[in-house]
Design a protein around this ligand. Structure first.
Ligand SMILES: Cc1cc2nc3c(=O)[nH]c(=O)nc-3n(C[C@H](O)[C@H](O)[C@H](O)COP(=O)(O)OP(=O)(O)OC[C@H]3O[C@@H](n4cnc5c(N)ncnc54)[C@H](O)[C@@H]3O)c2cc1C
Length: 354
């Protein structure tokens, strides 16, 4: 642990992947952090599960990869399939970029495992203080800092921070309290994620660990994750028709018929978990307002296909930690934080305009 070099403290709201990675990066740069998470314990969030090569390099610089790579699935190739003709249309092999990347593959590793491992390994120190069951309810900016109010099992608490980072997800309380607009739209399409222990890898040799199936009526993405134990799980993500209610989509009969239509199987599919999601494309008007900063989903949300949300959010967290540490240590003026906002806002704002 780097140990904090000044009395400054940054409060990070949200112990999701972005909040935890940003906290570790700040702490490594000698800044004391307090992470406030509303849930009582690390959440088993079955959303993101793909860490891209550039993100792995950032995590490697924080000393995290040695621990997580053996626990994840190394996936160098991903395939595009035509569902109608049942053929592989294209394969992208990241292995061919071995001279460009330290990690020429995607690591399939569920986001809840990353957050839980950082919290367990590092988050028990006075300068890396992770507090669960602390839901942030208020922010008051003063001349030299921000007072953060949170609801805790022992009643309301107030914590003084030099800066606050909202890493509290798409519905960010921090963003709302700071009065920052969240501009964009919601796609009319919803989708369903079905996780099964059925081994697609064994049943279909055309399938890689990461697959995108095109189809005029029902596209499908199929990914393998480790789950809780070998041989792991396969997650199938498909669209839901506009007139299909969540109740129908989540019924065991509809899940079974959807999976049988995708890949006929003589037995019934063993389902491990299933969720329905909406997809949004929004970006905050600014990622910095005074001493309040936004990172990850609180700053931008996009369609999860392609796995850019958590990866882009981690890139925010690393960029911000580097600049904020320099400001806190007196090596740069606070204007550097506007550069953070401009640099990181540009990517999702550019996507939203397309
Ligand atoms: C089906 C699906 C698949 C996805 N797959 C991928 C993928 O493969 N790769 C990828 O990069 N992205 C993926 N994403 C997107 C990814 O899950 C998100 O971008 C990512 O979780 C954002 O991380 P975050 O830390 O910013 O926010 P979150 O993960 O949402 O974490 C926010 C945390 O803040 C806490 N919180 C909220 N309000 C408060 C409060 N007031 N006080 C204290 N705590 C609070 C929440 O409890 C939560 O723990 C996927 C999304 C979906 C829906």
């Amino acid at each position: 642990m780097a140990g904090s070099k000044s009395n400054a403290r940054v409060v990070i709201v949200g112990a999701g992947p972005v909040g935890m990675v940003c906290a570790l990066a700040l702490n490594r740069r000698g800044v004391a952090v307090t992470v406030l998470e509303q849930e009582p314990a690390p959440v088993e969030d079955q959303r993101a599960a793909s860490l891209h090569p550039s993100t792995l390099e950032m995590l490697d610089d924080l000393g995290v990869t040695e621990q997580i790579i053996p626990l994840g699935l190394v996936s160098s190739a991903y395939r595009f399939h035509d569902r109608v003709s049942d053929s592989v249309v294209a394969e992208f092999d990241l292995g061919l970029m071995k001279d460009e990347f330290r990690f020429p593959y995607v690591l399939q590793y569920e986001q809840y495992k990353l957050t839980a491992s950082i919290a367990a390994e590092y988050g028990n120190a006075s300068d890396f203080d992770v507090r669960f069951a602390h839901g942030v309810t208020g922010l008051t900016e003063t001349a030299d800092g921000v007072e953060v109010e949170a609801a805790s099992p022992d009643g309301p608490v107030k914590i003084k921070a030099d800066y606050v980072i909202g890493a509290d997800g798409g519905r960010s309380t921090v963003r709302k309290l700071a009065g920052i607009e969240f501009e964009g739209f919601t796609y009319p399409e919803r989708f369903i994620k079905i996780a099964t222990s059925f081994d697609f890898g064994k049943a279909n040799p055309k399938v890689a660990f990461r697959n995108y199936f095109s189809d005029p009526n029902e596209w499908c993405n199929l990914f393998k994750v480790q789950g809780k134990r070998p041989p792991g799980l396969w997650r199938a993500i498909m669209p839901i028709q506009a007139d299909e209610t969540d109740e129908i989509a989540l019924s065991p009969e509809r899940i079974e018929s959807r999976m049988q239509k995708f890949f006929p199987n003589s037995g019934r599919y063993q389902i491990e978990y299933v969720n329905v999601y909406g997809a949004h494309q929004c970006v905050a008007a600014t990622f910095r307002k005074g001493r309040v900063l936004l990172a990850g989903d609180s700053a931008h949300v996009n369609n999860p296909i392609g796995g850019m949300g958590m990866n882009g959010g981690i890139h925010d967290g690393i960029n911000l930690a580097d600049k904020l540490a320099r400001v806190i240590h007196g090596e740069a003026s606070s204007e550097l934080l506007d550069l953070y906002s401009r640099q990181r806002r540009h990517a999702p704002a550019h996507r939203a305009a397309m």
